[in-house]
Design a protein around this ligand. Structure first.
Ligand code: COA
Length: 165
């Protein structure tokens, strides 16, 4: 029975939400759009996190999620060769109206698949401490998470997420 909130309903809802979503590479138009909406998507100043090098130098690793011609999510990452052999997700953001519909999860799955194909051994990401959303998001995908004191300098702890591929 397809009742609101039932497991069956949730599966159908996610399938419907994912249906029609395309994951593709980045263009300059995408980058400019991300810069223009980032503060709004993050609910505060975040523009500096989307450094231009994630388009000009690392654009080959960037992934865009699009539905009906609208950009609804992005992932900026890099791949660090052996011995690190790490795919690093620098920044991921989902349009506020499209959250909890597996968009972030699909972006991570695509990036993980690319990393695995390129010989990476693990995926890593970090988040500021005290934000439950990113922690739960990474844990739901099987990442280990550890809060590390002074990770980003004195008094700047970060939650470090790692998943072996
Ligand atoms: C965090 C973020 C990327 C998650 O993207 P998303 O597309 O909404 O996440 P998904 O739908 O793929 O979530 C997958 C699972 O992660 C968990 N999850 C995701 N967001 C969560 C939240 N805010 N609170 C609790 N759990 C969450 C859930 O288990 C979810 O599965 P469910 O919806 O079936 O319960 C998105 O909320 C976002 O862009 N936030 C603002 C920017 C940000 O914080 N970036 C991450 C910095 S590390």
């Amino acid at each position: 029975m397809l009742r609101l909130g039932s497991p069956c309903f949730n599966v159908v809802f996610v399938l419907f939400a994912v249906w029609g979503m395309e994951i593709r590479g980045i263009t300059k138009v995408d980058y400019d759009y991300i810069i223009s909406v980032l503060d709004q998507w993050w609910g505060g100043p975040a523009g500096k996190r989307a450094d231009p090098m994630f388009f000009y130098e690392f654009g080959d690793h960037a992934l865009m999620a699009e539905r009906d011609g609208q950009l609804i999510g992005f992932l900026f990452g890099v791949m660090v060769p052996a011995p690190s052999a790490t795919g690093y997700v620098h920044l991921v953001g989902i349009h506020p109206d499209h959250r909890r519909r597996s968009v972030g999860k699909h972006l991570y799955e695509h990036f993980s698949e690319r990393c695995r194909a390129a010989g990476m051994k693990r995926i890593k990401s970090i988040a500021s401490a005290g934000h439950e959303g990113p922690v739960r998001f990474h844990q739901s995908m099987g990442f280990e998470s550890n809060e590390v004191a002074d990770y980003a300098g004195p008094g700047r702890s970060r939650v470090v997420f790692v998943k072996e591929l």
